[in-house]
Design a protein around this ligand. Structure first.
Ligand SMILES: Cc1ncc(COP(=O)(O)O)c(C=O)c1O
Length: 416
C-alpha cells in the first residue's frame, strides 16, 4: 500500500484482482501448452542442463562486427537509421537479400516481392491474418514448429496434422486431406530444410511431387526456410519456391539462425498481388521493422562475409551434433530410434509407441536434465512417444554429462 498525500490509492494486489475480472479472447486458451511452459521454466533453474530451448548459440554471434556496423550506421546515416522506415523495409537490404537468394538458392524474387519482417515469426502471424478465417483448415507437416502452430492457431482455424517420413511430407496424406477438406483448406505450412523439431529435410524428389500435387489448387503454401542454410554437409536443396511456377509458395527467411535473433530481421517473399496485401497487414501491425537493425544488417552484408560466418557457425553445430550422436550411440538403448540430422539445431528421438516422453521428462528433470516432449509439436493427433533435443546451445561437457544421464534414465524407463 502506498500513500499519495494522505490519500490511499490502490494497492497493487487490488489492481490485479480487478484485472482478473477482465474477459479475455477465447483464442488465448488454444495457445497454452503446459508441458512446454514447464520445460522452459526448468531451463531457467540453476544447474539444469537444458536440451529444451531451440536457440542458436550466443557464442557464435559476431558481436564486434555488429558493434562496428552500428557505429558506422549511426555516423553515416544516423538520422535515417533512427527514423521510421518504409513498411516494405530498407530497399538496400531487400536488394541484398534478393541477390543472396539468387546466388545461394537460384531463387528469383524481385525487390518489390520482398518485405522485411520483425522476425520470421511476424511473417507467420501475418500469413494467418491474411488467409485464415475461423474454422478454416490449415494443413501442417508434422511434427511442426510450435511457434507457427501457436501463431496460426490464434486465428481459430482447424489445424490438421499430415505425417512425414525421412524424405518429408507424405504425399498420399496430403492428397487425402485435400480431397477430404476441399475448399476449407486455406493454408499449408511446411519447413522443408532441417526441420524444427526433427532435423529432417525433404528430398528433391518430394519437393517436386509436392509442387505438382498442390499446383491444381489455389491454396497458398508457407515455406519456412529458417534453417535452410545450416547444412552440415554443405548440401543445400532447392527451395519449394524454386519449383513453384505459379507464385503459390510464400517464402519466409530469417537472419535469426545464421546471424543472431536479437535484431529481429527476417523477410517474406511473395508475388506482387499478395505482397500488396501483406503490406497492408504489416503496416497495421507495426508500421515498419526497426530501421536501425535493417541498416545495420545491410552494412554488415556489404562489409563482411556472411557466408564465411555461416561456415563457422555450421562447423561448431556440426561438432556438437557429432558429439551428441556419439553419446547417444554409446548410452541410449537401441529401441530409441533417431535419424542423424544433416543440419539445423535438433535431434528427434522416437521411443517405442507405448512409451511416454512426458514420463521420461519428469524423471530427467528430477536429475536436472530437460528437453521438450514431442506432443508439444503436434497441432492435432498428438503422439507422446517422441522428444526433441537441441544440441546447438550446449558445450561439449554439458552434452557429455547430460546425455549420459539421459541415456541411463531412458534405458531404465524402456526396461520397465
Ligand atoms: C521453423 C522456425 N521458423 C521460424 C522461427 C522464428 O524465428 P525468428 O522469428 O527469430 O525469425 C523459428 C524459431 O525458432 C523456427 O524454428
Amino acid at each position: 500500500m502506498f500513500n499519495d498525500g494522505g490519500k490511499i490509492i490502490l494497492h497493487r494486489r487490488e489492481l490485479l484482482r480487478q484485472v482478473n475480472h477482465m474477459k479475455f479472447a477465447s483464442r488465448l486458451e488454444r495457445l497454452q501448452d503446459k508441458a512446454l511452459l514447464n520445460a522452459m521454466e526448468l531451463t531457467e533453474t540453476k544447474d539444469v542442463i537444458s536440451f529444451a530451448a531451440g536457440f542458436p548459440s550466443p557464442e557464435t554471434y559476431p558481436v564486434e562486427a555488429i558493434k562496428e556496423s552500428f557505429i558506422q550506421v549511426l555516423e553515416l546515416e544516423g538520422k535515417e537509421a533512427l527514423s521510421y522506415c518504409s513498411t516494405s523495409g530498407y530497399v538496400k537490404l531487400r536488394k541484398l537479400i534478393a541477390k543472396r537468394m539468387r546466388d545461394r538458392f537460384e531463387l528469383d524474387f524481385k525487390t518489390e516481392e520482398i518485405v522485411i519482417t520483425s522476425g520470421s515469426q511476424q511473417a507467420l502471424d501475418m500469413s494467418g491474418m491474411l488467409f485464415i478465417n475461423k474454422d478454416d483448415v490449415i494443413l501442417f507437416e508434422t511434427p511442426s514448429y510450435l511457434g507457427a502452430v501457436n501463431a496460426l492457431r490464434a486465428y481459430e482455424a482447424e489445424l490438421v496434422s499430415l505425417p512425414t517420413d525421412e524424405n518429408g511430407l507424405i504425399m498420399d496424406s496430403l492428397k487425402q486431406a485435400l480431397d477430404r477438406y476441399g475448399e476449407r483448406v486455406k493454408l499449408i505450412y511446411v519447413i522443408p530444410d532441417f526441420q524444427n523439431p526433427t532435423g529432417r529435410s525433404w528430398s528433391a524428389e518430394r519437393r517436386k511431387e509436392f509442387i505438382e500435387c498442390i499446383s491444381p489448387y489455389d491454396i497458398p503454401v508457407i515455406e519456412d526456410a529458417a534453417y535452410s542454410e545450416l547444412s552440415f554437409e554443405n548440401r543445400l536443396e532447392r527451395p519449394l519456391s524454386f519449383y513453384d511456377k505459379k507464385g503459390q509458395v510464400v517464402y519466409v527467411g530469417t537472419f535469426s539462425k545464421t546471424f543472431c535473433p536479437g535484431l529481429r530481421v527476417a523477410w517474406l517473399c511473395a508475388r506482387e498481388d499478395l505482397m500488396e496485401k501483406y503490406l497492408i497487414l504489416k503496416n497495421a501491425a507495426d508500421l515498419s521493422s526497426s530501421a536501425i537493425a535493417q541498416r545495420q544488417m545491410a552494412y554488415y552484408l556489404q562489409k563482411y562475409d556472411l557466408d564465411d560466418h555461416i561456415k563457422r557457425v555450421v562447423g561448431r553445430y556440426k561438432e556438437r551434433r557429432d558429439h551428441m550422436m556419439r553419446v547417444i550411440d554409446r548410452e541410449f538403448p537401441k529401441e530409441a530410434r533417431y535419424i542423424v540430422p544433416g543440419g539445423g539445431l535438433f535431434i528427434w528421438i522416437e521411443l517405442p509407441e507405448h512409451k511416454d516422453s512426458r514420463i521420461l521428462l519428469n524423471r530427467a528433470a528430477a536429475e536436472k536434465i530437460v528437453f521438450i516432449p514431442g506432443g508439444s509439436f503436434y497441432p492435432s493427433g498428438v503422439k507422446n512417444n517422441e522428444f526433441r533435443l537441441n544440441f546447438s546451445n550446449m558445450s561439449h561437457d554439458e552434452i557429455e554429462k547430460g546425455m549420459t544421464i539421459l541415456g541411463r534414465i531412458t534405458r531404465e524407463y524402456l526396461a520397465e
